[in-house]
Design a protein around this ligand. Structure first.
Ligand code: N01
Length: 511
């Protein structure tokens, strides 16, 4: 996979910047473009990868594609008239992000191949000290866009380390390993797996798909755009905007089925059951893939070729739990051993414990992981956190979606952060930090709203819910509401420090 904006060895990092952005996916790139456009040009974006793209750079597995319609899955300020299909394949999204980055003129302030090791708030100086594997940067403001689904989670299966064949995670695909003619196992049946299985099934001699929980899979209304549509997108700007707006509001109509009454999702249940019936003729297999929880409780998946792939003679769906992995195969709890050459682990990501949280140390010397230990992930408006001044998280707690585009949420958060920077500039504020009571009230309201959602009541275990039983990942209202709540930086909800307070603090600490 080639990239147009790769830096083999990053240029030296500046020691001091106004704003440091961590991550160069949709969040980091969008932030950089908007900072620049609004005159906040003194920023640096660091990313451990070799190009922009984030999840769309890292997830290169066969069949990787977006399950949000193409027109909605792009920045509002950088429409792409060139999408080839109604649901974009990963290479097109990656290319779109690379092109947008090139055209925006901000890449001179990006450093790739730089891993952030620690971020520490210096209360005396009112600054963040950011250590990386390429040196230290001091910043007034830190914006993290490091992704809610970026750290692969490997299953804790006995013996997995002893397997002598090839093992890799869906998000770290080994393209050097040729699957052709091999015996392969895929563990997991989530959003990634259902895209991988049909593609891998085309190449291998035999495929075992290990299913712990059958997901709901609706038909995918995917099609290539017609020539006339593509002409319209390119030459009639209003056409593409209207298309996008129509899809946006269509998607917002799904919200009540998730958060008010799951019965409203009855048509989706019908379509999903028909999808099974259309793809599989064997009654036993049909039964095995029929979900036993309410639609929406886990992410609703879309595919036209997953069920037909499972129905093929050389593909087996294995529903017995995995007992252990041996050097040559997988043993299920019924004692059966299935020998394989390779195992694809499609078991998801760390979602409710952000790995970066252990590396962020706030005002009282507490890490974000410590701050969240008892409560689970909490923030104010999904973006700022009490005890962590001048830290803004994009795709922070309770900003995830099951029905629409994360790019919309990301742009809403970017607007909020820009409003914060503007107000900080106007009032000469050195730091802002949400009041604990504002953060608590925000989260109490969220959790109250969660009570009746299908995510809490639908009878499934999902990555949306943390170890305390709280849904700390999803936004339980319309995305429109999220945008309106974040349209203006609400200083009253914040403890702020101006230059005078900061100078007094510095003197006090020096004395
Ligand atoms: O991961 P998942 P994913 N033994 O966590 C199973 C986004 N995404 O990478 O359901 C056996 O959904 C687990 O079983 P269970 C999207 O937001 C977007 O597929 O927990 N099985 C499940 O079947 C998505 O939700 C796109 O019982 C084990 C699977 O592994 C998110 O990424 C495309 C196991 C994990 O499913 C994550 O999707 C792809 C074990 N020990 C992904 N542990 C778009 O198109 C876990 N499992 C935008």
């Amino acid at each position: 996979m080639t990239s147009t904006n790769q830096q083999i060895s990053p240029a030296p990092l500046p020691g001091r910047v106004r704003t440091l952005v961590v991550g160069a996916g949709f969040a980091g790139l969008g932030t950089a473009i908007k900072l620049d456009e609004n005159g906040f040009t003194d920023f640096l974006v660091v990313d451990k990868g070799s190009s922009v793209g984030g999840t769309w750079r890292d997830n290169t597995y066969p069949g990787a594609a977006c399950d949000v319609p193409s027109q909605l899955y792009s920045f509002s300020f950088a429409p792409n008239p060139g999408w080839s299909r109604s649901f974009s394949p990963q290479p097109e999204i990656r290319a779109y992000l690379e092109r947008t980055a090139e055209q925006s003129g901000v890449l001179d302030r990006f450093r790739f191949g730089v891993t952030v090791e620690d971020l520490t708030w210096d209360e005396t100086a009112g600054l963040w000290t950011v250590s990386t594997d390429h040196g230290t940067v001091v910043a007034d403001i830190v914006i993290t866009g490091s992704g809610g689904l970026s750290e692969p989670k490997l299953p804790e299966i006995a013996g997995i380390d002893t397997f002598q064949g090839e093992v890799f995670h869906s998000a770290r695909w080994n393209h050097d390993y040729d699957l052709a003619g091999k015996r392969v196992a895929v563990i997991g049946t989530g959003a990634s797996s259902i895209q991988i299985v049909p593609e891998v099934a085309k190449q291998v001699a035999h495929l075992d798909v290990y299913q712990r929980t059958a997901p709901w899979v609706m038909p995918r209304k995917d099609r290539p755009y017609k020539g006339i549509e593509r002409l319209g997108f390119r030459f009639v700007p209003f056409f593409q905007k209207a298309f996008r707006t129509g899809i946006y509001w269509g998607r917002e109509c799904f919200v009540p089925g998730f958060v008010v009454n799951p019965k409203l999702a009855a048509p989706a249940v019908k379509l999903s059951l028909k999808n099974i019936a259309d793809g599989i003729s064997d009654p036993e297999l049909r039964k095995a893939v029929t979900p036993n929880f309410q639609l929406g409780c886990k992410r609703v998946l879309i595919s036209n070729d997953y069920y037909p792939a499972l129905a093929q003679d050389h593909v087996d769906l294995v529903t017995d739990g995995i007992a252990e992995i041996t050097p040559t195969g997988i043993v299920t709890q019924d004692g059966t051993t299935r020998e394989v050459d390779a195992i694809v682990v499609a078991t998801g990501f760390y979602t409710t414990e952000q790995p970066i949280a252990q590396h962020i140390t706030g005002r009282d010397g507490r890490t974000l992981a410590d701050a969240w230990r008892d409560s689970g992930m909490t923030a104010y408006k999904g973006t700022t956190i009490s005890g962590f001044p001048n830290l803004f998280q994009i795709v922070g707690p309770n900003t995830g979606l099951g029905h629409s585009s994360m790019v919309f949420m990301i742009e809403s958060q970017i607007a909020y952060i820009l409003s914060a920077l503007q107000k900080m500039g106007e009032r000469e504020l050195v730091s802002v930090e949400p009041r604990p009571e504002a953060q608590d009230a925000w989260n109490e309201d969220l959790q109250q709203r969660m009570q009746r959602t299908v995510w809490n009541t639908g009878g499934c275990a999902s990555w949306y819910i943390d170890s305390h039983g709280r849904n700390t990942t999803l936004w339980p209202r319309t995305t429109y509401k999220f945008r309106s709540l974040l349209s203006d930086f609400d200083l009253d909800a914040y403890v702020v420090a101006g230059r005078q307070e900061q100078t007094a603090k510095t003197k006090e600490n020096a004395a």
